[in-house]
Ligand binder design. Structure first.
Ligand code: NDP
Length: 355
């Protein structure tokens, strides 16, 4: 597919100055192996936020480029049944849902490159992005890199992911109706998920490696007081057991080292998330947990850079809310580009005129 034609003259490499752009801490990239082309809107990330942004930007004739990552599709690629995404009353498999998002984005002219962006330069416009030695330039940028759930790191946990091992009770809790389930962790996510799961499960084990929760006092008290939640302090998971699906956990007492097995139908790992924001570390401010800070709905400290989805939202973390955010970011980017086109051009004195 050809690169997008610009609908207005490219915004030349105008230094935005310290007031408009954060100063990079890292050295400027210099080696360019190949040029990937210029676009009005580049979108980094190909989960629900990124691909919804692409659908909207493409339908606005902005011919976006999505740099979707080497493992495209986001967290839904690790989910089996999705039953809460509107429009699919029978449910849909996570990877199939993302394939449909992608097809819809491509149908309207999105170019998708399945590469990780390894560095960006947001000091001047057009913005520059590098993915495996290829440089892309963009007048506007939508950051939709998502977040990754943290896992325990056990081989058995990986093998049974989507077969009884989940990182999202809101998404998967209803599949475990009537079954005994376990939640791992001691933060607000674990406390909230354990409480939520009591709607479906008669017996929720809350397994925490220490003798004190990390979560907020009110959430702690709610979990401690709940008759359906059985708290196991000083306990960690040694192994997830089961052939095709989860059948039991081998647990270990973190103080005595004693191990034992508990029959279980499902395991919810709730030990935190890591926003995928590393590549923007020198450019966009983040909170203490690494989530990017948004100005207004989808804006950032850098004009022309927009933020959507789980890379800033640690509260809702749903495909539908990420998709809505992607929509908003694309509309905001489109409006911003229109404003740039309408604004008087910034005169950059030429060397000849100055001399
Ligand atoms: P947190 O980092 O707060 O908690 C993670 C928990 O997992 C900790 O208890 C930690 O144990 C445990 N843990 C970490 N690694 C392991 C491991 N390898 N094995 C076993 N246990 C492990 O993450 P959350 O996702 O719970 O919360 C993130 C942020 O989001 C917090 O600021 C939280 O307040 C907020 N949040 C707010 C909610 C709300 O207001 N409704 C809901 C959900 C989250 P240890 O304590 O020993 O370190």
């Amino acid at each position: 597919m050809p690169d997008s034609p610009l609908s207005f003259p490219p915004i030349a490499m105008i230094d935005l100055g310290p007031a408009e752009a954060a100063q990079p801490l890292a050295a400027r990239p210099d080696a360019i192996e190949s040029e990937g082309g210029h676009t009005q809107v580049a979108i980094i990330g190909s989960g629900p936020a990124g691909l919804t942004a692409a659908i909207y930007a493409a339908r606005a004739d902005l011919a976006p480029i999505v740099l979707g990552g080497a493992a495209p599709g986001g967290q839904l690629m690790l989910t089996s049944d999705v039953e809460n995404f509107p429009g699919f009353p029978e449910g849909i498999q996570g990877p199939e849902l993302m394939a449909r998002f992608r097809e819809q984005a491509e149908r309207f002219g999105t170019r998708i490159v399945d590469q990780d962006v390894d560095r960006v330069d947001l000091a001047t416009r057009p913005f520059q992005l590098w993915a495996r030695g290829t440089r892309y330039t963009a007048d506007a940028l939508i950051v939709a890199t998502g977040a990754s759930a943290l896992w325990l790191g056990l081989d058995s946990e990986t093998r049974l992911r989507g077969r009884g091992v989940s990182a999202c009770a809101t998404c998967d809790g209803a599949f475990f109706r009537g079954k005994r389930v376990a939640v791992i962790g001691g933060g607000d996510t674990a406390l909230e998920e354990a409480t939520f799961l009591t709607r479906f499960s008669p017996d929720v084990l809350l397994i925490h490696r220490r003798d004190q929760f990390r979560g907020s006092r009110i959430m702690q008290q709610r979990a401690i007081d709940h008759p359906g939640i059985d708290i196991r302090w000083n306990t960690e998971v040694a192994e997830v057991l089961g052939d095709g699906v989860v059948e039991a956990l081998r647990l270990r007492d973190t103080q005595s080292g004693r191990e034992w097995e508990e029959p279980i139908g499902g395991v919810f790992v709730a030990i935190g998330y890591r926003p995928n924001a590393e590549v923007f570390r020198d450019w966009l401010p983040a909170d203490a947990a690494g989530y990017l800070e948004v100005e207004g709905e989808t804006g950032s400290v850098i004009p022309g850079v927009f933020i959507a989805g789980d890379v800033h939202d640690h509260h809702y973390r749903q495909a539908i809310t990420a998709a809505a955010d992607g929509c908003k970011a694309a509309m905001d980017a489109e409006r911003w580009l229109d404003e740039q086109a309408a604004a008087p051009r910034v005169a950059v004195p030429s060397i000849a005129a100055a001399g």
